[in-house]
Design a protein around this ligand. Structure first.
Ligand SMILES: Cc1cc2nc3c(=O)[nH]c(=O)nc-3n(C[C@H](O)[C@H](O)[C@H](O)COP(=O)(O)OP(=O)(O)OC[C@H]3O[C@@H](n4cnc5c(N)ncnc54)[C@H](O)[C@@H]3O)c2cc1C
Length: 541
């Protein structure tokens, strides 16, 4: 703390959005001294993301945060269905049923083939999760959290980087070994580095409004209208879309309108019956599909929206950023501890930029689906005429297929694999990455699939924060050479012998080595030929 007050730290994290907060917490948990600065005076009650996907919840579980996030978020039994409607008091055009958290938990409990995540998703609004993560970051002795402190510029040399910040009315400098820009879409850190975002910008401009409407949820279904759910897409020519927030008392509405104040009438039209409400906020936002050319320049890294911007369709914005944070965190820790070789930090851009690229693609795919069914809209959609019926039928048929693209992204969420990473043993080939489907695999670079052990505990929970060699099915391979090599490399390392047959059945190999973030680095049925070389490769040398 004293060092950081004097302007010295190991890692300076710029921006306390969900990504910067997650990074600071993970660094702090690992014992890394870090400073998190945020230009805002305090977290704001503004709507943005509302869904942590299953992979993010697995990550939060490993950080000891999953239960707190769930306690702060939407209750487990609230329905999560998605509707396409004309208005909430009219019969729904399409209902896409999705399991509540409680139902998803039951499905996961019954799954034995590794095809499901350990944790279901969780709906929690950005304005709820940010204060929760802030409190956690502030509780960690290694983490200094400073709101009201704006990053202005940086310089770097061989030993570190210096940020100039505007803090409490004056400029001061913070020297750090590394800086991470988690400062969002208009990242000043990225601009300082001269890194460009490329892709499709300003695709569509919408307004978003936040409503406090305490009675709406209790009144659903309204008349002949849809049942309870989380998303209500209105079949119109204004891209209107109503989202239930985590309290069930707050709702956000997105629509193309002329004036911000038009959002109130748009909300009333969508609900269809009189309700008491207050419009707490309204603002404009633009859809982008953009990816940074680079994720690193010297000692400075980009993570989250500073490196990739997606259309919220598919919920891959913050969730991708949380993946960036936990990929970078253990590599910074290892490098600062001295056992991590240069390839660890070098691998960050290689691993995470390909995921950013894929998720920009997944988001494009989902939003094109949404555009397709919206293109079927005609003003005669309510008419009791053959033409009106034809409009309705065409829209329903298209939406039934195309809207699913947004809500069924399990492959994008769980199935990413770090192809061509210098710290993962290369096995030529490998499964294709699919947005919609997740096929469990231990192909090096992939996330270790979740498997229950015989006592109903998850194998993931038995794996610690360092590297782990899993010895499965009473493997008789002599892994002592690898164990010695990993210990000699100075890396945190454990050997976990699992007699239970389930993991071997799913994983397909007797020996699996995973790294601190649960991605597979090597697998085999016999001990590696050259354990020293393997240990050197996976620790970045
Ligand atoms: C309507 C909508 C719905 C969404 N829904 C989802 C969803 O369901 N799931 C999902 O995963 N994503 C969703 N997203 C995307 C998600 O909100 C973003 O991807 C996420 O906020 C990115 O987090 P971040 O921490 O990288 O950046 P941000 O949340 O933008 O945080 C950046 C922080 O940096 C601070 N900052 C900026 N400049 C400076 C500076 N110079 N000095 C200091 N601090 C600075 C900012 O004040 C801010 O607090 C949605 C987005 C929108 C607009």
């Amino acid at each position: 703390m004293a060092d950081s007050a004097a302007g010295q730290t190991d890692v300076l994290v710029v921006g306390a959005g969900p990504v910067g907060l997650t990074l600071a917490i993970d660094l702090g948990r690992r014992g890394v001294r870090c400073t998190l600065i945020e230009q805002k005076a305090a977290p704001e009650f503004l709507p943005k993301m509302e869904r942590c996907n299953a992979r993010t919840m697995e990550i939060f579980r490993r950080m000891g945060l999953a239960e707190r996030v769930r306690a702060g978020g939407l209750p487990a039994d609230v329905p999560m269905d998605v509707y396409i409607i004309l208005a909430m008091n009219e019969p729904p055009l399409v209902r896409l049923p999705y399991p509540s958290v409680a139902e998803a938990r039951a499905q996961i409990a019954a799954c034995t083939d590794g095809s499901m995540p350990l944790e279901p998703y969780q709906l929690i609004s950005q304005y709820t999760i940010e204060p929760l993560l802030k409190a956690e970051a502030e509780s960690l002795p290694n983490v200094t959290v400073r709101y009201g402190c704006e990053f202005v510029s940086l310089s770097q040399d061989d030993d570190g980087a210096v940020a100039t910040v505007h803090d409490a009315g004056s400029d001061r400098q913070i020297r750090a070994r590394y800086i991470v820009g988690c400062d969002g879409g208009s990242s000043a850190v990225r601009k300082q580095l001269g890194i460009q975002l490329r892709g499709e910008g300003n695709l569509l401009r919408l307004h978003q409004a936040l409503f406090h409407c305490p009675t709406l949820y209790d009144r659903i279904p309204i008349g002949q209208g849809p049942g309870r759910g989380r998303h209500y897409h209105v079949a119109d020519n204004q891209a209107t879309f109503l989202i239930m927030q985590d309290s069930t008392r707050h709702w956000t509405l997105h629509a193309i309108v002329e004036q911000p104040e038009d959002m109130a009438a748009q909300f009333e039209r969508t609900v269809g019956v009189p309700v008491d409400y207050e419009m707490l906020y309204v603002g404009a936002w633009k859809q982008n599909l953009l990816l940074a050319d680079r994720y690193r320049s010297g000692r400075v890294f980009l993570a989250g929206d500073s490196a990739h911007l997606v259309i919220p369709t598919g919920g891959l914005g913050m969730n991708t950023g949380v993946g960036d944070a936990v990929d970078l965190s253990w590599k910074l820790h290892a490098t600062l501890q001295g056992w991590g070789g240069p390839n660890l930090l070098h691998s960050y851009e290689i691993e995470r930029r390909q995921v950013g690229d894929r998720n920009v693609g997944a988001s494009r795919y989902a939003s094109q689906g949404r555009r397709k069914w919206r293109a079927r809209y005609c003003p005669d959609i309510r008419d009791a005429t053959p033409a009106g019926e034809a409009t309705r039928d065409a829209l329903i048929r298209t939406a039934n297929i195309e809207q699913r693209k947004t809500n069924e992204m399990i492959g994008a969420e769980l199935g990413y694999r770090y192809v061509g990473s210098p710290i993962v043993v290369d096995e030529p080939g490998g499964p294709e990455h699919l947005f919609r489907e997740y096929v469990p695999t231990t192909w090096p670079g992939a996330r270790l699939p979740h498997v229950w052990l015989g006592d109903r505990t998850p194998l993931h929970d038995r794996i610690g924060d360092g590297y782990t060699l899993l010895r499965l099915r009473r493997s008789s391979a002599d892994s002592s050479g690898l164990e010695d090599a990993m210990r000699a490399a100075g890396a945190p390392f454990q050997v976990l012998t699992i007699e239970d047959p389930a993991p071997r059945d799913v994983y397909g190999y007797d020996l699996i080595m995973v790294r601190p973030d649960l991605h597979v680095v090597w697998r085999g049925n016999a001990a590696p030929d050259d354990p020293q070389q393997l240990a050197a490769l996976v620790t970045g040398h």
